[in-house]
Design a protein around this ligand. Structure first.
Ligand SMILES: C[S@@+](CC[C@H](N)C(=O)[O-])C[C@H]1O[C@@H](n2cnc3c(N)ncnc32)[C@H](O)[C@@H]1O
Length: 365
């Protein structure tokens, strides 16, 4: 298996942004498709996508496909499949099957046949709690096999010990920053920073750090893994000042948590957090930059009436003190975005997040 299809899952609505990131990171000809982005590549591309892609939710390797019209055929062909090219018999795995417009319509029966073939022809260990997942999609009688090479979702960078009530996912924060045109050079302010996600992502991007540098990946348990090549792919980056990323929150716990999270990420020298209500927000010295904010919204925290006055206060503070800055506001509620009184450009796509649809509103003060 030299080259195959690699699928980078994307938050629905942000596929094109993930494709743009993949192109910027040197992946050849990324194609946005519903739910993700496909590229062609080999195992080193899989490792690098996991390590470097900030917007992807996980990375799947499409390891092969065959046609099966009925369960006996599925069973026979699954026994002949070269599992050993990719999987290791000593690493437990589980099988997940979805079926779509196919003569094999019973996902449970298909799962059972594939698992049995894996056990009897390859000596695999099937375990319901295994972290390694073989994903099988049966569509139009074609069975496609993919391995989830990430394991835990990629937004887990492994730096966040403290999370607030409604933390932004790291991959979404990175994609919203990209949509704002953040390229690492601008100053950033988050007046309601919670666990500090936007500022920590921004500081890492500015320093050229690899998103997955502190975590483990499922691909390390595959037969195709090469420890030496993987080691050579990783970079050590030290972050120096000055501070260019400022996060504030009125909650003491958030500020303590965000500060600890930034230190664990190794970006403490570039980020400053302070306890402060939004009304007291002042721009840092220097040229105008970007305000990135994800205020409380929806049914998750806060009540709508109080939220109207909070968004109003935010808009007033920005209008009075942040002339020339760009503002990116993430909320699930168009009425609240408008309550800021800021002039918004046509909003971006609605992105599914935690049972809600959130939108990035962009404007200039
Ligand atoms: C949705 S959370 C932000 C989550 C953050 N983006 C993260 O990734 O963790 C909203 C934050 O706004 C803060 N907040 C609410 N009212 C505020 C105010 N008047 N001034 C400053 N912060 C406020 C809350 O304490 C909370 O941490």
């Amino acid at each position: 298996m030299d080259r195959f299809e690699i699928f980078m899952a994307a938050p629905p609505g942000l596929e094109a942004v993930v494709a743009a990131e993949a192109a910027a990171r040197g992946f050849a000809d990324p194609q946005a498709v519903p739910g993700g982005v496909t590229v062609q590549g080999g195992w080193p591309d899989v490792w690098r996508a996991n390590l470097e892609m900030r917007g992807a939710g996980r990375v799947l390797a499409r390891i092969g496909a065959f046609r099966a019209m009925h369960l006996a055929q599925l069973d026979k062909r699954a026994r002949k499949f070269p599992w050993g090219d990719v999987l290791r018999a000593d690493v437990p795995l589980r099988v997940e099957v979805t079926t779509h417009k196919s003569r094999i319509y019973h996902a449970g029966a298909a799962t059972q046949r594939i698992e049995r073939a894996l056990v009897e022809s390859f000596g695999a260990v099937i375990a319901p709690e295994a972290t390694l997942i073989l994903k099988v999609r049966i569509a139009d009688d074609m069975c496609s096999f993919s391995v989830d090479t990430s394991g835990a979702a990629l937004h887990i960078r492994n730096h966040k010990e403290w999370v607030g009530k409604a933390p932004m996912r790291e991959n979404m924060a990175a994609l919203f920053l990209r949509q704002m045109g953040f390229d690492g050079s601008q100053t950033l302010v988050d007046p309601m920073c919670g666990s500090g996600t936007f500022m920590i992502e921004a500081a890492e991007i500015a320093a050229g750090m690899q998103a997955g540098r502190s975590r483990q990946f499922a691909f390390a348990d595959l037969a195709s893994f090469d420890t030496v090549a993987w080691g050579a792919m990783q970079r050590d980056v030290a972050v120096a000042g000055p501070v260019r990323f400022y996060g504030y929150d009125r909650d003491d716990g958030a500020i303590r948590g965000a500060t600890a999270n930034a230190a664990r990420a190794g970006v403490g020298a570039a980020v400053a957090f302070g306890r402060q209500a939004v009304m007291d927000l002042m721009p840092p010295e220097g040229p105008p930059g970007i305000v990135m904010v994800n205020p409380p919204y929806g049914s998750r925290i806060g009540q709508r009436k109080l939220l109207f006055s909070l968004y109003g206060a935010l808009g007033k503070t920005l209008a009075e003190r942040f002339r020339g800055w760009r503002v990116g506001l993430v909320t699930s509620d168009a009425g609240l975005a408008k309550a800021t009184g800021l002039a918004w450009e046509p909003p971006g796509p609605a992105v599914s997040f935690g049972g809600l649809k959130v939108t990035l509103w962009q404007g200039r003060v």
